[in-house]
Design a protein around this ligand. Structure first.
Ligand SMILES: C[S@@+](CC[C@H](N)C(=O)[O-])C[C@H]1O[C@@H](n2cnc3c(N)ncnc32)[C@H](O)[C@@H]1O
Length: 193
């Protein structure tokens, strides 16, 4: 199982965010949706062995955790605008008790720490300048933690490192979040027996 946890620091938690302004008024929800696509989609389908956790921390009602389970998703599209509509439906559910709001999409209110508890127990923290992924024996069944266009705050980083996460780097160039996920998939795919 591969898991990716992505933080959206300004990502809207309104179920009415505009589908026409994902990169603006919706607080860079495009970054989260592009990351989910990179994690879940291959050329002719979905990766059934992938789970994505999106932590949305923007106004008006944070924090939220939305999980996407590759083996259960039914209506997930390469088109992020369609997936944004599924995310809006997930945001209608603001309870702390998780509920499946569409096939393969689960929503609940949760802090980063609670999201880490749900997606753990083994973490790799993708961080520029971290230990080179190519020199590293990667743990099986790890959850890869990434940020959006803002680095993790000191408190967020501490929460991740306190759970034993190893900081791993993908080279000297700062990549977009979705591109970083594509590189991780490729590194892991190439190590498959
Ligand atoms: C756009 S980057 C974060 C912002 C970046 N620090 C900047 O200078 O704009 C998004 C995320 O992708 C991951 N990432 C991007 N490039 C990486 C690299 N070279 N090594 C490891 N992780 C990387 C990290 O998790 C990072 O938080």
């Amino acid at each position: 199982m591969r898991r990716f946890l992505v933080l959206g620091h300004r990502a809207s938690t309104s179920p009415q965010f505009s589908l026409d302004d994902l990169a603006g008024g919706a607080g860079r929800i495009d970054i989260l949706l592009n990351a989910a696509n990179a994690a879940l989609l291959v050329a002719h389908g979905l990766r059934a062995d992938v789970e994505v956790g999106l932590v949305l921390l923007g106004p008006p009602d944070p924090p939220r955790l939305v999980r996407l389970l590759g083996h259960r998703l039914r209506s997930f599209q390469p088109d992020i605008r369609s997936n944004a509509a599924l995310l809006r439906r997930a945001l209608e559910h603001g309870s702390r008790v998780e509920r499946e709001t569409s096939p393969g999409i689960l929503a609940r209110r949760a802090t980063l720490e609670e999201a880490l508890d749900v997606l753990g127990p083994t973490f790799v923290y993708l961080k520029e300048g971290g230990k080179d992924i190519r020199t590293f024996a990667l743990p099986a069944d790890a959850t890869w933690v990434l940020s959006d266009n803002q680095d993790l705050s000191a408190d967020e980083e501490r929460a991740v490192l306190d759970r034993g996460a190893i900081p791993v780097g993908l080279g000297s160039v700062a990549l977009h979040t979705d591109h970083a996920i594509a590189v991780v998939h490729n590194e892991l795919d190439r190590r498959l027996p």
